[in-house]
Design a protein around this ligand. Structure first.
Ligand code: AMP
Length: 113
């Protein structure tokens, strides 16, 4: 738990969210400002700032997050979706606790802006 980390607080249940799934390692919840008909985030419960903060052993955790994101997209009626992970402010990261965006339910443009 990192003090003043919004997603650590969400992981601990201190801030209410529209939760889709939770287990010992991760929480999935709908984004508060959805950018697609389906837009949710999957976060590790343990604080990890972003991909640059990954250390040995985190590969399994991130793989588990991706598998949960895909499964939850399908369970919410979306077979085609986009995963986004922003690393650093220039890439658009605003919350510095790793989160996988899962977006679907509309056509996506490429390249992203
Ligand atoms: P990023 O810009 O990649 O760091 O994404 C942060 C995401 O967190 C944004 O899409 C926000 O809309 C979302 N967000 C911020 N606060 C909350 C919250 N309390 N509940 C759900 N999503 C949130």
């Amino acid at each position: 738990m990192v003090a003043n980390c919004l997603f650590c607080k969400i992981a601990k249940g201190e801030i209410p969210v529209d939760k889709l799934f939770e287990d010992d390692d991760l929480v999935a919840f709908r984004d508060i400002a959805p950018q697609a008909p389906l837009h949710f985030l999957v976060i590790p419960k343990r604080h990890l700032a972003g991909p640059n903060g990954m250390v040995g052993g985190d590969e399994f955790l991130i793989g588990k997050i991706m598998a949960a994101g895909a499964r939850l997209a399908r369970e919410n009626g979306v077979e085609s979706f986009r995963f986004v992970v922003n690393e650093g402010a220039e890439a658009g990261q605003t919350v510095f606790h790793f989160h996988l965006h899962v977006l679907g339910g509309r056509a996506m443009a490429w390249p992203p802006g």
